[in-house]
Design a protein around this ligand. Structure first.
Ligand SMILES: [Zn+2]
Length: 263
């Protein structure tokens, strides 16, 4: 274990703060790369001390220092969720080391892979959150995530790893494109969105081809549970219930990656 393992924990709240901006701005169609952070009520530009994730929210008791209005707690939730990404990897490592009676060090990935795992986790987190808000998986996130997966395969596993990732990416894209096409022909409406197709392609780019069947099965089970919960809550049965599938797929990709990394 080296100090490098602490890097993702240090970065997480700041990444979470950035993801919070993406999650707020992308569904509204606002540009996310420009504009200084400001209070949404009085418009005052935030000072660096007011932009320290988690800490500034707690010190200011969730209120703007200038106008005193409430800061949306979503900022804090996203920052904490981003911190949950490296934490979940460590917890999974602990569980696997306990289960296989191996030392924790032997289970945990090397620091570079650990950081890469976190990058995938942060990307999936932002995508899931946005899909829950507006039923959309924006290309501006899925496509960079896909490219990052291919690059990660090449960096840590060489040309052979990159080849497997390209195959995974293509297979993911083809399988969901075929399912989406078949569903549209059969039912006359869209079941799987184009964003889901690109997300599975990105999943393949991070996992390779072999885990894809398990990922699809797990995502389908989670999707059915989500649909059943939605129907149960609304109190009336409908075959056309709309459930954001992105979070189910993202969760399945994330679990597969956790298992692969700890192997
Ligand atoms: Zn204010």
């Amino acid at each position: 274990m080296t100090l490098l393992f602490l890097v993702p924990f240090f970065l997480a709240p700041f990444i979470g703060s950035f993801l919070g901006v993406l999650i707020r701005r992308i569904p509204r169609g606002e540009p996310f790369a420009t504009g200084r952070s400001h209070c949404e009520h009085c418009g005052t530009t935030l000072r660096p001390a007011e932009m320290i994730p988690v800490l500034s929210y707690c010190l200011q008791k969730g209120r703007c220092r200038h106008c005193g209005s409430r800061i949306d707690a979503q900022h804090l939730r996203v920052e904490l969720a981003a911190l949950g990404v490296p934490v979940s990897i460590v917890l999974c490592g602990l569980m696997m080391s306990f289960q296989h009676e191996l030392p924790f060090d032997a289970i945990m990935p090397e620091p570079g892979v650990f950081l890469a795992d976190c990058i995938l986790g942060w990307g999936l987190l932002a995508l899931s959150w946005i899909d829950l808000i507006c039923l959309r998986l924006p290309d501006s996130l899925t496509l960079p995530l896909l490219l990052a997966g291919l690059a990660e395969g090449f960096i840590f596993h060489g040309p052979e790893g990159a080849y497997d990732r390209v195959l995974g990416c293509a297979a993911g894209w083809l399988i969901f494109t075929a399912i989406a096409w078949g569903y549209r022909r059969l039912r006359g409406r869209t079941g799987l969105g184009g964003g889901d197709v690109k997300l599975l392609a990105a999943g393949g780019a991070w996992l390779g081809v072999a885990p894809l069947p398990s990922v699809i099965l797990l995502a389908a089970i989670l999707g059915l549970i989500a649909a059943a919960t939605t129907i149960f809550r609304s109190g009336r049965f409908s075959m056309t219930v709309v459930v954001p599938f992105g979070p189910c797929l993202a969760a399945a990709v994330w679990m597969a990656r956790l298992v692969l990394s700890a192997e």
